[in-house]
Design a protein around this ligand. Structure first.
Ligand code: BGC
Length: 744
């Protein structure tokens, strides 16, 4: 025992686990040389930065991305490293996670991903992304959590907590205002303070102040003419000042442009700076990064003291203690069954049943009327599957979130597996050709989907086969190829690509039992929506896609997803487009494009509500195979005091014959305000699972925050006393009850 005590005394403070972390950081910092300090604040390879070998801090490895752990690339190249142990489980893209409206799913997601990251030796995952879906053209919306700041906030917090519970840092991205991809390095966003604080920042704020994220990535674009990776207002004032963020700010790859700004304006770790043009004859290009030798020289020349550098290094050391130096970490697991189960569960909960009409001729009233879905396998003899998306892998492509999966069950295979020896005859017709390139960034899918027949031949084949089929299930949508939900560019149009509209119209003419399964991370135009009785939103849902979709189509799982964004009828129904506020206006020198968010706070349903536009499918919409009844809500009071809370209890009953989940949503409406306010804003929700006939109380509680707006005059959140209404329902356009109350 004595010896142990003596040894403990000899352990330097920075290694002494009994000492408070901040003390250990101070001690480590005091031992580091200038070179060691400079080394830890910039990359040494595509995805790593050095530790401090002399002191025993390991190198720091990070990796994309939000939906699974990206395969390893070479040290200094984007090509695959060709490892045999970097195939992962692909979890559903974050739009699907958001569509679960279930924070427990987000926790499960974060935990499972964290275990995969641990196995792969990654100390930080570059995600989750919470940029607001401002336009359905946004190329990376699929990686984000929808249009609503409250929903995104509630979902991002447990994701981060789950991930970090495994000792793996989150790096929430892209902070901020990176709401579209087109010209992402040159866009200068002009936005009101109100919209910034009410719409675009809340999910980041929750990630910082509630989840305590250890990492945050600056965005590529500019705000007030300054790049977000070294933006004084965004990083120094809001993030590190107002929100007291104690983690690291990481540059997006190639997002750092200016040494002085990087030093002064809050960037802590520089990654991915383009190496061409930055060679400067140094031993390697990483030495030429802004936060490498250029910074060191400026310190040596006396332009900067150690003040800024020590703050950055302190944050990096804190990150080390939280991750690589944390000895209590659990073990990692790669492709474990529990991860597949998590991926499947999240996918099943996130799939949204957008439309499900009664079958003509079946009794239209009550339970007697039968709807098209789920498939009636007791009578169906022939089921026709149409569409490239039934046979195309979706985990490969789309940009930095692209993965190398151990397995991905395709929709057609999932259905074939589910139907098994069932007497239904499962047929397939390609229907259209979209993108047949089955590889991305060096990851190649083993199976070819090349097709030589003409569009006309493919359409004819599908129509012929559809004629005698009991059901026609079309898997279409987008596919993560360029301009089709992909990083780097936005979509060019709202409509479906590859002639899908004509195909769907032609099929609907010859077969009434048509189901359209839309695979995408965005809404798409559906001019044929009234001719297609059943529509399912299938997202990009990862490894278990086929199984998840089959389970919902066949009714093994009752769908319960709700849209995390508004599904506009037409692109012009979206505020940004109605006001011509996308993609912006180039300045004379063609270097910067100003994108003014003219719609202000009126994003998504806030816009359609204000303009009284009926969307094709509303925010929060999603059907079930059962039915629910909401009783009149009971309010805990008619008055809300400044620091109090008010609860609304709603009795929910499953009135159908299947078990299922409903999500009760509470929106707040401010009756009289000194500023213009949205018709309503989501401020609470809860998902409840009910057996047939079961009844349960759901209680939604709000405080004064839920009534506040961001006051541009005082730069404070403000709730004005007066009358408010709580609107309670099952979608933003399905409000079952309104309860008036007053804020004192
Ligand atoms: C993307 C980031 C990503 C990074 C590293 C960038 O191009 O914008 O989201 O994490 O690359 O791959």
């Amino acid at each position: 025992m004595m010896t142990v005590g003596v040894q403990a005394q000899n352990v330097p403070v920075y290694l002494d686990e009994s000492k408070p972390v901040e003390q250990r950081i101070d001690d480590a910092l005091s031992r580091m040389t200038l070179d060691e300090k400079i080394a830890v604040i910039h990359a040494q390879s595509k995805f790593s930065s050095p530790g401090v070998k002399r002191l025993g801090f390991p190198d720091f490895w990070t990796d994309d991305g939000p939906h699974g752990v990206r395969p390893d690339v070479l040290w200094d190249e984007w090509e695959q490293a060709g490892q045999s142990n970097d195939s992962c489980v692909a979890f559903p893209a974050l739009t699907c996670l958001a569509a679960t409206w279930n924070p427990q799913m987000a926790r499960l997601y974060g935990e499972s991903l964290g275990e995969e990251a641990l196995y792969r030796g990654k100390a930080m995952i570059l995600g989750p992304g919470v940029n607001i879906n401002r336009t359905p053209l946004g190329g990376r919306n699929f990686e984000y959590m929808g249009e609503d700041p409250w929903l995104a906030s509630r979902m991002v917090v447990p994701y981060i907590q789950g991930l970090q519970s495994k000792g793996v840092a989150a790096c929430v991205k892209h902070y901020a205002l990176n709401n579209d991809e087109e010209y992402r390095h040159q866009v200068n966003v002009i936005v009101s303070d109100r919209a910034l604080h009410e719409i675009y920042l809340p999910a980041f704020k929750a990630a910082v102040t509630e989840a305590g994220t250890w990492g945050l990535m600056g965005a590529y674009n500019l705000y007030k003419d300054q790049h977000n990776c070294h933006n004084y207002i965004m990083l120094n004032r809001i993030l590190k000042g107002d929100w007291q963020y104690d983690g690291v700010v990481v540059s997006d790859w190639g997002g750092c442009h200016d040494t002085d700004e990087a030093i002064r304006n809050g960037l802590d770790m520089e990654f991915g700076t383009w190496t061409d043009g930055l060679t400067m004859g140094a031993t390697n290009a990483y030495d030429a990064y802004h936060l490498a030798l250029p910074y060191k020289r400026l310190i040596q020349e006396g332009k900067y003291t150690m003040k800024e550098l020590d703050d950055k290094v302190r944050r990096v050391l804190r990150l080390f203690y939280r991750t690589t130096m944390q000895r209590q970490k659990p073990y990692g697991f790669l492709c474990s069954e529990s991860h597949y189960e998590a991926a499947l569960k999240i996918a099943q909960e996130g799939i949204v049943l957008l439309k499900n009409s009664l079958i003509p001729g079946s009794s239209p009233k009550g339970e007697g009327g039968r709807r098209l879905l789920p498939l009636d396998l007791s009578t169906a003899k022939r089921i026709l599957v149409v569409g490239e998306n039934a046979i195309k892998m979706m985990t490969v492509g789309g940009g930095s979130s692209s993965l190398k999966v151990q397995r991905e069950i395709l929709p057609l295979d999932g259905l074939a597996e589910r139907l098994g020896n069932h007497h239904s005859q499962l047929m397939f017709a390609r229907g259209y050709v979209g993108d047949t390139v089955q590889s991305y960034n060096g990851v190649t899918v083993g199976r070819s989907i090349a097709e030589s027949r003409s569009a006309e031949e493919l359409l004819q084949e599908a129509v012929e086969k559809a004629k005698g089929a009991d059901y026609v299930i079309v898997f279409g949508g987008l596919n993560k190829s360029d301009y089709q939900d992909c990083e780097g560019h936005d979509r060019k149009e709202y409509g479906l690509p590859y002639g899908q509209d004509a195909l769907i119209e032609a099929l609907a003419k010859v077969n009434k039992n048509i189901v359209f399964v839309n695979i995408s991370g965005n809404a798409v135009a559906m001019p044929w929506a009234d001719k297609v009785p059943a529509i399912l939103q299938g997202w990009f849902i990862g490894s278990e896609a086929g199984e998840a979709l089959a389970s919902v189509l066949c009714g093994d799982v009752n769908p319960s997803g709700k849209l995390p964004f508004t599904w506009f009828q037409r692109l012009e129904d979206c505020g940004a487009h109605a006001l011509g506020a996308y993609p912006g206006t180039w300045r004379e020198d063609y270097k910067i494009i100003d994108e003014e968010y003219r719609e202000g706070i009126y994003v998504g349903y806030r816009w359609t509500d204000k303009q009284k536009i009926r969307p094709l499918f509303a925010f929060g919409h999603g059907l079930s195979y059962t039915s629910f009844k909401l009783a009149k809500p009971q309010a805990s009071s008619k008055l809300l005091t400044a620091d109090g809370q008010i609860s609304f209890t709603v009795n929910v009953t499953n009135t159908g014959s299947r078990a299922g989940s409903e999500t009760v949503q509470l929106y707040i409406s401010d009756k009289h305000a000194s500023v213009d306010r949205p018709v309503k804003e989501l401020k609470a929700f809860q998902k409840v699972f009910l057996q047939p006939g079961e009844t349960r109380d759901v209680t939604l509680t709000i405080g004064r925050d839920a009534l506040s707006f961001y006051d541009e005059a005082t730069h404070q959140w403000k709730a004005e006393p007066g009358k408010f209404e709580a609107l309670i329902g099952t979608a933003s356009d399905q409000i079952a009850a309104k309860c008036e109350f007053e804020l004192k």
